[in-house]
Ligand binder design. Structure first.
Ligand code: SF4
Length: 410
């Protein structure tokens, strides 16, 4: 992994990171003063062109052309934009960029899973920040697992990312830029509805997407725009650890499929594994799921459940899971995820027999509960393994970090 993350970057407090509030954003500025147009809406591109001195009518037309070139054709340089006058290319290139995040490292697993270590443009301190994305090819689909933050404020105990501090939220450009990079790598420009390898997106990489609500919403709007990256909302899933106050807004303003990192069915165990449970408990969370706009039997809510030996994997836990799903009348499916250990992890994976028994109980109650095959384990790309630092922290340091994060949750 990249050494850049070993020198702890400046920590930037995110206002409202527990009960997030919209944070106004400007187009990201590069250290050379140019602004990135990736991640901006048509209207924002028009406003940037006008602010740079372009006449208003022309700015409107150019914004439309730029949008098409950036998101539909995947252009990475202005000189390739053939319907924009050649004489104007240098003017644009002096003021703006259409670059994606930098690729620091790309790895391919023996099972075909690909992981990219990415870096943001340098900020005012001169440092870029590292984050990851993962592409998981299957016979009938290709899923890109996208990050929303560098690090995470939460400290889910089974998750390697949770041992990182939050460095900062990713911008819409850095979120949508991940999808664009994957398209670059798969050779999938221009955007077309059929025959793609990249068919699905899950907001399940580094970070809690609902603690970066505005940027995730704006990025996904571009991903879903028919003249943008043109991916259907039915093929996008947003995963939350349970930021209850933002769930209804997510349903109304983003409208994609919902996945919930449930992982436990009792307060005691979930408080330990997913500490946000101390703030928003299981009943509150499941009620928010029942109220999630757009959830129905055709668009079920996915409950992620990592299988931890002697922690959350008993038959009694499985029966309680069924009881809770029935109590809240949830259109649900359950993903059982064998735990992927990482150095310093305090848990072990449940035995295959235990996982099968758990799965059978849920299946027999009429609820789908497939056991996920871990992907990309050899390149640390599997669920809960993402972490962009080679630093090794002692158990005591991890515990101290966990305490700090939990104190922030109140
Ligand atoms: S599971 Fe998600 S929310 Fe929890 S610590 Fe990991 S990245 Fe953060």
């Amino acid at each position: 992994m990249c050494a850049a993350m070993q020198t702890a970057p400046n920590l930037m407090p995110i206002p409202g990171h527990v009960d997030p509030v919209p944070v106004p954003r400007e187009a990201p500025m590069q250290t050379d003063g140019r602004k990135s147009l990736v991640g901006l809406t048509r209207e924002q591109i028009r406003a940037e062109l006008e602010a740079a001195g372009m006449e208003s009518k022309q700015a409107k037309l150019r914004a439309k052309q730029l949008w098409h070139w950036i998101y539909n054709r995947g252009a990475t340089a202005f000189e390739t934009m053939t319907d924009i006058a050649k004489a104007q290319h240098p003017w644009l290139a002096e003021r703006f960029t259409v670059e994606r995040p930098q690729v620091v490292e790309a790895q391919v697993s023996t099972d075909g899973t690909r992981k990219w270590l990415l870096r943001t443009a340098p900020d005012s301190s001169g440092a870029g920040h590292d984050f990851e994305m993962v592409f998981i090819p299957d016979a009938d689909r290709g899923t890109l697992c996208v990050s929303s933050q560098v690090g995470c404020t939460l400290n889910c105990r089974f998750c390697h990312t949770g041992t990182m501090r939050l460095v900062r939220n990713l911008t819409p450009g850095e979120i949508v830029g991940q999808v664009m990079l994957a398209r670059d790598s798969l050779g999938e420009w221009p955007s077309q509805p059929e025959g793609r390898m990249l068919t699905n997106i899950v907001m399940m990489g580094m970070g809690e997407p609902l603690y970066n609500f505005d940027a995730v919403r704006d990025a996904l709007a571009i991903v879903m725009d028919g003249d943008g990256l043109a991916l259907s909302k039915r093929r996008i899933t947003l995963s939350t650890s349970g930021v209850v106050p933002m769930m209804e807004r997510a349903g109304k303003e983003i409208g994609v499929n919902l996945a919930v990192s449930l992982h436990a069915v009792t307060k005691e165990v979930r408080d330990e594994i997913v500490p946000i449970n101390r703030k928003y408990g299981i009943d509150e969370l499941l009620q928010a799921c029942a109220d999630y706009p757009g959830a129905n039997n055709a668009r079920r809510i996915t409950f992620e459940y990592v299988m931890l030996r002697d922690k959350n994997d008993s038959d009694e836990d499985a029966r309680e899971l069924v009881r809770l799903i029935r109590k809240y009348k949830l259109p649900a499916k359950v993903n059982l995820i064998p735990f992927n250990p990482w150095p310093g992890a305090v848990y072990e994976c449940s035995t295959p027999e235990r996982i099968r028994s758990f799965s059978s109980i849920v299946f027999e109650a009429g609820i789908s509960a497939p056991i996920r095959t871990p992907r990309g384990r050899d390149i640390d790309a599997a669920c809960g393994q993402l972490k962009t630092s080679a630093e090794k922290r002692s158990r005591a340091e991890l515990d101290r970090l966990a305490e700090e994060k939990q104190a922030a949750l109140g």
